[in-house]
Write a protein that binds this ligand. Structure first.
Ligand SMILES: Nc1ncnc2c1ncn2[C@@H]1O[C@H](COP(=O)(O)OP(=O)(O)O)[C@@H](O)[C@H]1O
Ligand SMILES: [Mg+2]
Length: 383
């Protein structure tokens, strides 16, 4: 495809040929190496655009190979995919630490996941991100800042303001999602079961029809991981494509990332139309948020797309808005007051705050924030 050259380094000839055949059919130029050392020579000599490595190579473990490739200026920036029959979390972690971009387990679905991953890493599918529904991610530097509660309630208000629009909330907080307990969803389907589905089935039509509609909330839900054990099995390589499919089938896609900033969620943040950054008023959260903000700016996240929300999630401690702005070096767009036990009460009844407490000032703040965020996301998309 587009003359891209892909190097496969795998000692298992059957597996290597299988992958090579699949890539050749897609018009990639394919190079093959049957050992780590040979792979290294080919990579440095032939400048492939991407390298697929089985990390269980006998002569040179994939991790060492990745480190060597990353250290050499000729290959430092090449996307590296681990394609392995080993699926232990220790191995996955060590591969990511060594510099692999993705880790795919050899399985029946590996070929389609591999193909999607290659297109994405080579930049063929990154462009559509800016099309489709508006993507807003909800992010915080620390847990307990109110990210999930605000995400669900702001989503509900956006939907209320735009009755014709279709809205989906996706919970990507690991290891346990918390939107489902807030909105009262108890079904079996969640991000783990969905990433386990074959990519041919996770189409925009599927997400449009099969995600549960949460009635008083006015949005459809892609529930998060139900427990840490499930989250260990989450097929993270699928997330990018799933979010893209959501954008193809909904007008607004809101993703709760919580504090789960990672290699997987960073591209979503970088490609979001709006980044809702939830900050609680205690000094330690504000200072952690400053670190997070600097990191995001460093990673090319557009400052004007950051919508900082100060949320007084606890009654005691509290920086003022001005103090928080000074400490963050960033404007605060909205401030939520301490809501006492009201928010927890609404959450425990699985009801939107504004339906439970229509006369509370926070109901107006939710409405205003929703309107402002929706309009800002739309404006940013047009520039
Ligand atoms: N402004 C607020 N006033 C009172 N309680 C709040 C406020 N914001 C959040 N909370 C409470 O804080 C707890 C954590 O909220 P949650 O939305 O789960 O945060 P996060 O997703 O950041 O971990 C919940 O019990 C919620 O009811
Ligand atoms: Mg949360």
């Amino acid at each position: 495809m587009l003359g891209n050259k892909i190097l496969i380094i795998d000692a298992d000839v059957v597996s290597r040929n299988f992958v090579a055949h699949n890539l050749t059919e897609q018009k990639y130029d394919v190079l093959q190496a049957d050992s780590g050392k040979q792979g290294l020579i080919f990579a440095w000599r032939d400048h492939p655009d991407l390298v697929i490595i089985d990390p269980t190579l006998a002569d040179l473990p994939g991790e060492e190979l990745a480190v060597k490739l990353r250290q050499d200026p000729r290959t430092a920036d090449i996307p590296l995919i681990a394609l392995s029959s080993a699926s232990s979390s220790v191995r996955i972690k060590s591969c990511f630490e060594a510099g692999f971009n993705e880790y795919i387990t050899k399985s029946e679905q590996a070929v389609s996941i591999l193909n999607e991953t290659i297109s994405r890493l080579l930049g063929h599918t990154n462009a559509p991100m800016k099309q489709g529904g508006l993507l807003t991610v909800f992010l915080s530097a620390k847990g307990g800042t109110g990210t999930s509660s605000l995400c669900a309630n702001i989503a509900m208000n956006i939907s209320q303001n735009k009755p014709k629009a279709r809205l989906v909330v996706a919970d990507l907080v690991l290891p346990i999602g918390s939107i489902a307990p807030i909105v009262g969803y108890e079904g079996e389907q969640n991000i783990v079961t969905i990433t386990d589905m074959s990519p041919e089935n996770t189409t925009p039509e599927f997400f449009s029809k099969e995600l549960p509609e949460m009635k008083p909330w006015r949005f459809n839900l892609l529930a998060g991981s139900p427990d840490p054990e499930s989250s260990n099995h989450l097929n993270v390589g699928r997330i990018w494509d799933i979010v893209n499919a959501l954008k193809a089938s909904y007008d607004y896609v809101l993703v709760d990332i919580g504090r789960a900033l990672s290699k997987i969620t960073l591209p979503l943040i970088q490609n979001a139309d709006l980044v809702a950054l939830i900050v609680s008023t205690d000094t330690s959260t504000v200072s952690l948020t400053k670190t997070l903000l600097d990191y995001l700016k460093n990673k090319g996240v557009n400052v004007s797309s950051i919508y900082a929300i100060l949320n007084r999630a606890a009654s005691m401690e509290g920086l003022s808005k001005t103090d928080a702005e000074k400490a963050l070096g960033n404007k605060i767009m909205t401030t939520f007051p301490y809501l006492g036990s009201n928010l927890a009460f609404a959450n425990s009844r699985h009801r939107p705050f504004s339906l439970e407490f229509p006369k509370n000032t926070a109901t107006i703040i939710f409405q205003d924030a929703a309107r402002e965020m929706e309009s800002l996301a739309g404006k940013l998309r047009r520039v």
